[in-house]
Design a protein around this ligand. Sequence first.
Ligand SMILES: CC(C)(COP(=O)(O)OP(=O)(O)OC[C@H]1O[C@@H](n2cnc3c(N)ncnc32)[C@H](O)[C@@H]1OP(=O)(O)O)[C@@H](O)C(=O)NCCC(=O)NCCS
Length: 162
Amino acid sequence: MIVRIRAGTPDDAETLAALRWEFRAGRTPPTEDRQAFLHRCAAWMRSELRTGASWRAWVAEAEEGIVGQAWVHTIQKVPNPVDDPERHAYFSNLYVQPAARGGVGARLLGAAIDWCEAAGVDTILLWPTPRSRPLYLRHGFTDRVEFLALKLSRAPSRAPGE
Ligand SMILES: CC(C)(COP(=O)(O)OP(=O)(O)OC[C@H]1O[C@@H](n2cnc3c(N)ncnc32)[C@H](O)[C@@H]1OP(=O)(O)O)[C@@H](O)C(=O)NCCC(=O)NCCS
């Protein structure tokens, strides 16, 4: 299957919302009606991709349509008077449909990392699953980090990182 990676656009929102449902509802029983979720998620994605202010996405596109996605949220630091990068990034929602898997996930992740490097991002944060962990380690991610995290909810209904 020939797959190209490109930036996501507002016109992709409906398809990307459906892929989001496939990913998350395929893994954990949903607490929201499918149509309600697709409507809410597509509106959010369309708006975020239109402004481009904090979120951006990359899509994997085959002849038959979009088969995967990855999202990055940039986190602004407080302006700094010294020579320090002024933002971090949060990587999320990496998903490739089963039939298209085999290298496509790495290409989506690589596109996001390339963009972050060019945009002067300091650190990329993400929450791996046990199964996806090797993919991130191969791309240079490490759990030997300097920051602290305070988890405020043990079972959020919509956890970050996915
Ligand atoms: C993660 C995912 C995008 C990888 O897509 P892919 O095209 O197979 O990616 P690549 O071939 O470039 O990378 C293979 C790596 O993906 C990871 N992977 C493979 N199958 C996976 C699965 N079912 N779930 C999560 N990660 C998986 C593994 O780390 C694998 O490396 P390994 O074989 O050395 O263990 C794809 O498996 C997927 O969509 N999984 C479900 C969603 C998910 O778990 N996303 C990650 C959330 S942090």
